[in-house]
Design a protein around this ligand. Structure first.
Ligand SMILES: Cc1ncc(COP(=O)(O)O)c(C=O)c1O
Length: 439
C-alpha cells in the first residue's frame, strides 16, 4: 500500500507540473506519457497559456531523447508496468480462490433451495442459451464481490477528478440503489480525455452549444446520403492538415472506423501482419475483411521481418500464389502497456518489402510529438510514408468518433465503398465542433 500511495503522489506531481490548470490536469493510469504534450487541433483560448514541454522533434527512438519531465514519466511508466512479483502472485491466488469458491457455491445452489435470478436464464425451455454460462458465473461470483468499488455512476465531467454517485445495497450487491445527494470525489485513473478538453464550461463547450443552435444534434443520415454537412468538410480538412495528409474522412465512432474501413482495404488473398496487442476494433476489422492474418510479437520488428520475408518467399500457404497485398497493422501507443511502436524500423521494412502500413494513432494523436501530431511527429517521420493514418477523437480531443487520413485516392475510395460512409450516421455537429474548431 505504501508503494501505491507513493506512486499516486508521484503521478499527481507530474500531472500538476505538466498541466497549466485544474481543468487540464488529467491523471490516468493507462498512459501517463500523453499528459505532457500540447495539442494543435482545438487549441482553444483556455489553452493558450500551455507550454510545450516536449523536446525538439525526435527523429530518433525515445531512449535517446532528453527531457526531465519525459524521463520522469518514463521512469514512472516502468514502475507502473512492473508490479512486484508478490502482487502478481496474490492477484492470481485471489482470482483462483474466487473461481473455486464460486464453483463450490454454484454446486450447492444447484442442489439446494437458494436460486438466484442473476445471470441465469429462466423460462427458456426449448431454446439454446442466449449467452455463455461463464458470463453469468462471473457476474454472480466474481463481479458482484468487487461491485461496491467498480461501475460507479459518474456524475461529473471526466476531468482529473470525478464525482461518483454513492450506492448502497441490502443484499450483498445482488442489487444496489443510488443514494440521492451522496457523492464522493475521486482521482480519475481511468477515462480518456488526456488533455482535459471534455469540460462542461469554457470555449470548447460554448462553441459546441453554438453548433447545436446552428446545425442540431444529428444529421440523421449517412455521409453518402444527406449527412454531409459543412462542419464535416471543415473537420476533415482540419484533420488532414493536422496529421500532414492529403485528405481525411471522419466516422461517428472510433471503433467502427477500424472495423468498417479495414474490410475495404484488404480482402481474401491479402495478408495482414498484426501486432499481437492490437486493439479489438483492429482485430474485428481484419476478421471481417477475410484476409489472412499473421500475428507478430509485440513491437518486435525482427519477428515482423521474419514473417514478412517468409510470406513473400512462400506466398499464400495453399495456392503458393503471391499475396495480392501485404499490410502491417500497428498502433502508435499501446494504451494498456504504454509501449510506443518502433515506427522508423517498420517504415524501413515497408519500403524494403513493398508492404503498406496501417497506423492506429488513437492514443498518440494529440498527445505525442513536439507538435502533438502523434508518433509520426514524435519520430520526425514523413506522414506520407504511412499509407493509412487512423485515429480517434475520444482520447486527446475529448470528443467522439474517428478518422482515416492518407492520399486523396485512398480517402476517395473509402468514401465511396466503406460501410461507415454509406450506412452509418455522420459525426454529430457539436461533437465535430469539439474536435475541429481551431482558434
Ligand atoms: C487503439 C484503439 N483504436 C480504436 C479504439 C476505438 O475508439 P473509440 O473508443 O473512440 O470508439 C480504441 C479505444 O480505446 C483504441 O484503443
Amino acid at each position: 500500500m505504501g508503494d501505491l500511495a507513493k506512486t499516486l503522489d508521484q503521478l499527481k506531481s507530474v500531472v500538476s507540473s505538466s498541466s497549466s490548470g485544474q481543468d487540464s490536469a488529467v491523471i490516468m493510469g493507462q498512459k501517463i506519457v500523453s499528459k505532457v504534450t500540447t495539442p494543435l487541433i482545438n487549441q482553444t483560448k483556455k489553452n493558450e497559456s500551455r507550454q510545450d514541454v516536449n523536446p525538439k522533434p525526435a527523429s530518433i527512438p525515445l531512449q535517446t531523447t532528453t527531457s526531465s519531465s519525459r524521463t520522469r514519466v518514463r521512469a514512472m511508466e516502468d514502475k507502473l508496468e512492473r508490479p512486484p512479483l508478490y502482487w502478481a502472485i496474490l492477484s492470481y491466488v485471489s482470482y483462483i480462490f474466487l473461481v473455486v469458491t464460486g464453483y463450490l457455491r454454484e454446486l450447492i445452489w444447484g442442489i439446494g433451495p437458494i436460486n438466484t435470478p442473476f445471470g441465469r436464464e429462466f423460462n427458456r425451455d426449448g431454446y439454446a442459451p442466449l449467452y455463455s454460462s461463464f458470463e453469468g458465473f462471473y457476474t454472480r461470483n466474481i463481479f458482484r464481490r468487487y461491485k461496491p468499488v467498480v461501475g460507479q455512476p459518474i456524475v461529473s465531467v471526466p476531468g482529473s477528478r470525478v464525482m461518483i454517485n454513492n450506492r448502497a445495497s441490502d443484499d450483498y450487491y445482488w442489487t444496489s440503489r443510488l443514494l440521492p445527494d451522496s457523492r464522493t470525489e475521486c482521482i480519475n485513473l481511468g477515462s480518456y480525455n488526456y488533455l482535459g478538453y471534455a469540460e462542461n464550461a469554457g470555449p470548447c463547450t460554448d462553441e459546441a452549444i453554438e453548433s447545436v443552435h446552428r446545425s442540431g444534434l444529428s444529421s440523421c443520415s449517412s455521409r453518402q446520403e444527406l449527412g454531409s454537412m459543412q462542419i464535416h468538410q471543415e473537420l476533415e480538412r482540419t484533420v488532414a492538415e493536422f496529421v500532414g495528409a492529403e485528405a481525411a474522412l471522419t466516422c461517428g465512432m472510433g471503433f467502427a472506423t477500424n472495423t468498417l474501413n479495414i474490410p475495404r482495404l484488404v480482402s481474401k488473398g491479402c495478408l495482414v501482419l498484426s501486432d499481437e496487442l492490437n486493439h479489438a476494433s483492429l482485430i474485428l476489422g481484419m476478421r471481417l475483411s477475410g484476409a489472412t492474418v499473421m500475428v507478430f510479437k509485440h513491437c518486435n520488428v525482427e519477428h515482423l521481418e521474419k514473417l514478412l520475408r517468409s510470406a513473400i518467399i512462400r506466398g499464400h500457404p495453399r495456392t503458393r500464389r503471391p499475396w495480392k497485398k501485404i499490410i502491417i497493422v500497428v498502433e502508435g501507443v499501446y494504451s494498456m502497456e504504454g509501449t510506443i511502436t518502433r515506427l522508423p524500423e517498420i517504415v524501413a521494412l515497408k519500403k524494403k518489402y513493398g508492404a503498406y502500413i496501417y497506423l492506429d494513432e488513437a492514443h498518440s494523436v494529440g498527445a505525442m510529438g513536439p507538435n502533438g501530431r502523434g508518433v509520426v511527429d514524435y519520430y520526425g517521420l514523413n506522414p506520407a510514408d504511412i499509407d493509412i493514418l487512423m485515429g480517434t477523437f475520444t482520447k486527446s480531443f475529448g470528443s467522439a468518433g474517428g478518422y482515416i487520413a492518407g492520399s486523396n485516392k485512398l480517402i476517395q475510395h473509402l468514401r465511396m465503398h466503406s460501410q461507415a460512409s454509406c450506412y452509418a450516421v455522420s459525426v454529430s455537429p457539436p461533437v465535430a465542433m469539439q474536435v475541429g474548431d481551431k482558434h
